[in-house]
Design a protein around this ligand. Structure first.
Ligand SMILES: O=C(O)c1ccccc1N[C@@H]1O[C@H](COP(=O)(O)O)[C@@H](O)[C@H]1O
Length: 214
C-alpha cells in the first residue's frame, strides 16, 4: 500500500521522515488557515528532497497552484476544497503533476458526483467533511467505500491513527482500488511535527497486521 504522510514542515522532522519511514508521498499544506501551512520561504529547503511531494490546496486559483508546483517541485496536487471538474480539466492541460481530487464525506457519498473528475484525476482521496476542510482527526464511515463503483484508485484519509492499520488492511482485501493511506494529525506531537516512532509502528502493522497481533 502507498503511504502518504501529510502536513510536514519542520526541516529536521522531514529529514527523519524520509530516512526512517521512506513514505511514498510527503504532503505540504498550502492552505493559509491551517496550523500546518507551508510558506514560500521554505521552498529552497524542500525543492530537492528525495521524496515525492504532494501540495494540498483548498479552493486555490489555477495560477497559484501552477506557481507552487514549480516552486516546490510538486509531483502531485491534492485539491481539498470545492474545486470544479472544469478547473481540474484546465489544470490537467497545464501540468504533468498528478491531480488528486478529495471527496469530503458527510453522510452518504453521491458516487455520480465523482464521474466528471474521472478523466482528469490520477486518484481520489476520501476524507471526513469538516469546516476546517482537512486535518480534523475525524473518521467517516469507511464501510461506504465498499460500494465504490469506479476502477480509479483512491487513498483513505481522515483521522487515521496507530490503531487503524488492521482495519485498513482488512478493507484493502475487499476493495482493490484502495491504493493507500494518508496520515496526518493523529501522528503529531504538535501541528506539523510528526512522531516518527508512531509512524514506524503504523507502517509495520500495515505490512504485517496478523504477525503483530498474534
Ligand atoms: O492538515 C491540515 O491542516 C489540512 C488543512 C486543510 C486541508 C487539508 C488538510 N489536511 C489533510 O486532511 C486530511 C485528513 O487529515 P487528518 O488525518 O484527519 O488529520 C489529510 O488528507 C491531509 O492531507
Amino acid at each position: 500500500m502507498e503511504l502518504k504522510v501529510c502536513g510536514m514542515r519542520d526541516p529536521e522532522n522531514i529529514r527523519s521522515l524520509i530516512s526512517e519511514i521512506e513514505p511514498d508521498w510527503m504532503g505540504l499544506i498550502f492552505y493559509s488557515k491551517s496550523p500546518r501551512f507551508v510558506h514560500d520561504e521554505m521552498a529552497p529547503q524542500i525543492l530537492d528532497l528525495e521524496v515525492k511531494k504532494v501540495g494540498v490546496f483548498v479552493n486555490e486559483s489555477l495560477e497559484e497552484i501552477l506557481r507552487k508546483i514549480k516552486l516546490f517541485g510538486l509531483s502531485a496536487v491534492q485539491l481539498h476544497g470545492k474545486e470544479s471538474a472544469a478547473l481540474v480539466e484546465e489544470l490537467s492541460k497545464k501540468t504533468k503533476a498528478e491531480i488528486w481530487k478529495v471527496i469530503s464525506v458527510k453522510k452518504q457519498i453521491d458516487w455520480e458526483s465523482l464521474r466528471g473528475f474521472l478523466p482528469f484525476v490520477s486518484k481520489f482521496l476520501f476524507d471526513t467533511a469538516t469546516v476546517e476542510h482537512g486535518g480534523s482527526g475525524r473518521k467517516f464511515d469507511w464501510t461506504q467505500l465498499e460500494r465504490y463503483p469506479f476502477d480509479k484508485s483512491f487513498l483513505l484519509s481522515g483521522g487515521l491513527d496507530e490503531a487503524s492499520a488492521e482495519e485498513v488492511f482488512a478493507l484493502a482485501q475487499k476493495i482493490p482500488q484502495l491504493a493507500g493511506v494518508d496520515l496526518n494529525s493523529k501522528f503529531e506531537d504538535a501541528p506539523g511535527l510528526k512522531n516518527i516512532e508512531r509512524l514506524k509502528n503504523f507502517k509495520s502493522d500495515l505490512e504485517q497486521p496478523r504477525a503483530n497481533n498474534q
